[in-house]
Design a protein around this ligand. Structure first.
Ligand code: SIN
Ligand code: FE
Length: 287
């Protein structure tokens, strides 16, 4: 479930056996853990290890690397520019590592985020509470079966980041798929037209969102489904398909995260993708 890799540099070339192990573990639903790969902050960036750099409304500060636009930070002027540069340096480092470690030809680099607020003790509605076990599914960004791959770094000086990692995706889907739906294509069409979603949701997107919500709302599932405690040490990184791996973030502060999207066809084992598993279980084409 956790595959520890002995990588200590951000760029390849990496050993062939390390690359093979990484690909197989990742696509099989393990978390790749890099305990010897710290993302180092510059002396001048240490000041950003402060919850007050966030605007207090959103849980994450996010950066769109294509426009350079940063959202949800309280900082302005020169300090905002330096924070954005730190997030960008992390995002491009993460992209370099993913490119050199995995054989995928085309990985789309999506948003980069900085998560400066302590996870413990915040309050949320259940649906947006990532301290509950869930798979990632975006309400406003239809994926049409494409994968969500995320690279994290714990940049806290002393606090570990504490996760729960749950049962395999197929077991989760077997439990929740029969409970969700029916889905009305008219709703996806309308949301697309109104701009609630960026483009129209596929049946896959509707199912993933419904399972995300149903899992978070099910107290019995939350308290009794099998899961493991995982501790990501300060100065470590990890990489995981968060659309496949059930996860919950229970504690920690100061993490950086880079999201990637990729087509199922790029995978070495496309049959392990959530869309393929859901199509097999439901007997329907979902995209
Ligand atoms: C999540 O993706 O659910 C949150 C992970 C984290 O911030 O550690
Ligand atoms: Fe998540």
């Amino acid at each position: 479930m956790i595959e520890e890799l002995p990588i200590s540099k951000w760029r390849g070339p990496f050993d062939t056996d390390v690359k093979a192990r990484a690909l197989d573990a990742l696509e099989s639903g393990s978390v790749l853990y890099f305990p010897q790969l710290p993302f180092l902050l510059l002396e001048s960036e240490i000041e950003f290890l402060d919850a007050k750099v966030a605007d207090g409304k959103s849980k994450n500060i996010s950066l769109d690397h294509t426009s350079g636009k940063m959202q949800a930070s309280s900082l302005t002027g020169e300090r905002a520019a330096r924070l954005a540069a730190m997030i960008e340096r992390f995002g491009s480092s993460a992209a370099g590592l993913v490119r050199d470690l995995l054989p995928y030809n085309h990985v789309e680099r999506a948003r980069t985020s900085f998560r400066p607020v302590q996870v413990k003790g915040r309050s949320y509605s259940k649906i947006s509470d990532d301290r509950l076990l869930h798979i990632d599914a975006f309400p406003t960004r239809p994926m049409h079966g494409r994968r969500i791959l995320r690279f994290f770094a714990n940049v806290a000086p002393t606090s570990p980041r504490h996760w729960h990692v749950g049962q395999p995706f197929e077991e989760f889907a077997q439990r929740f798929l029969p409970r969700v739906g029916p889905h009305f294509p008219g709703k996806s069409w309308l949301y697309g037209k109104l701009g609630v979603t960026r483009g129209q949701r596929s049946l896959y997107d509707e199912l993933m969102l419904s399972m995300h919500d149903a899992g978070k709302l099910d107290n019995d599932f939350q308290s009794t489904s099998p899961h493991r405690n995982v501790i990501f040490a300060p100065g470590s990184c990890w990489l995981v398909y968060t659309d496949q791996v059930l996860h919950a973030a229970l504690g920690g502060e100061f993490a950086l995260e880079q999201t990637f999207h990729l087509d199922v066809a790029q995978m070495a084992s496309p049959e392990k993708a959530p869309v393929r598993i859901l199509e097999r279980l439901s007997g329907k084409a979902l995209v």
